[in-house]
Design a protein around this ligand. Sequence first.
Ligand code: XMP
Length: 511
Amino acid sequence: MKKNSKQTVVVLDFGGQYKELIARRVRELKVHSQILPGNTPIERLKEIAPEGIILTGGPHSVYEDGSPRADKELFELGIPILGICYGMQLMTYTLGGEVKPCRVSEYGTVNVTVDDESSILFNDVERDTVALMSHTDRVVKLPDGFIPLAHTADCPVAAMSNDKKKLFAVQFHPEVERTKRGNTIMSNFLYRVCGVEGDYTIDDFIAYEIEKIKEQVGDKQVVLGLSGGVDSSVCAAILEKAIPNQLTCIFVDTGLMRKHEGDEVEAAFANKKLNFVRVDAEKRFLEKLAGVTDPERKRKIIGEEFVRVFEEESSKFAGSFLAQGTIYPDVVESGLTNGAVIKSHHNVGGLPKDTKFIGLVEPLRALFKDEVRELGRKLGLDSKLVERQPFPGPGLAVRCIGEITKERLDILRDADYIYREEIEKAGIKCGQYFAVLTDMRTVGVMGDGRTYNYVLALRAVNTTDFMTAEYVHIPYEVLDTVSSRIVNEVQGVSRIVYDITGKPPATIEWE
Ligand code: XMP
């Protein structure tokens, strides 16, 4: 591949779960970064001639048999190096210092005292700060030529340097948010030690990825499953820039989308240079779901039917590449970084053996969600699409409690649309907000007649990690407007309630 003409920092991976986060911090500081295995030959590093090298953490101990090692020559290249956690221990061990197990392992946020406030690495960092530590070994004897820069209660050398050789190391993790001045420390290393200019922008990322996609795909065709969500949409947008006319996007309309959503997805891609296939599968999905009320059964049926429809449609594209909007958190959740599976994602680990596809294209695999959004904006996608709130894969099926029918889905769609419209009009900040159609009916009165219609629930939450959430304090006036509009404009709803539970004890969705 064409060598990137931008300044580069190489992240040498020793098995740490934060390598992508380190690379991301470097990108944020406007420097191109490249992750390479810890055992990358010195010759290769010389060819790349990076402005700096960062050694990641890792789960090993330098004294363990088979633990990743470094060549002494690495530290003699004259390239500035920052060792993080295991990277620091490796630097120490390789250069003749000593590393020993801690009496007490340090895990979590700890107080760090900067001993050498004149150090270039701690420029603009207060003497007392906090950092995330996660280690069982520590440096007990510095290699020749090094001085200690900081300590914690249980770690006498929390940072060290040999300024003459431009070698720096920290026992804590500057790349995580919980390290208060981590960004400053990373920036000091990049700008003050490595002397970078900050010449990397998202346009460079786009240009680089486009080259990579072109090289991988050649003249073959690519098929992408497009859901209309942020990740698959941004993936489609970058693929279209890279290989116009070689891309087919298959959008399976399950009939479980929100009001106008299917048309919006189609409109967003209609004028692009790609083959957009909208599969109207509403009937199939609703037939399969008829009479099913158990939420997990609904999910299972929808998941299976989705795969079936996608396989049927994509079977026309044997010998093509399959593209996916996998992003870095999906890779982490699937346990591909440290073996801990949180949630398996479709095909994240590679293509299944019996596939007709010839390979996977995943241009967003290194990116975090906010970076994907920025990329989408840069690629000219509508901001409404790029900022879209999360929407569950099984769609409205998990918001339509009880039996799923077209009539009930339409009631939910209309009510949900009004609710979202009013929340947006009122400018209320919510992470996720939606209506839920319950299976409970209550007595009401409209005009002179008695009604017996559904209870509709409104939900709005704020969350950062989706593990916990708080309900939003929507002003009564807004709830008033939503309520009167829904009962007046939507037939089939006689009562509206607002959900005031957080997560825990509730979940965000009702099913
Ligand atoms: P809960 O309801 O578990 O939701 O608090 C947490 C987040 O996950 C979304 N969610 C789903 N997403 N398939 C998905 O793709 C599902 O089955 C599913 N269930 C919940 C939910 O919308 C929220 O953002």
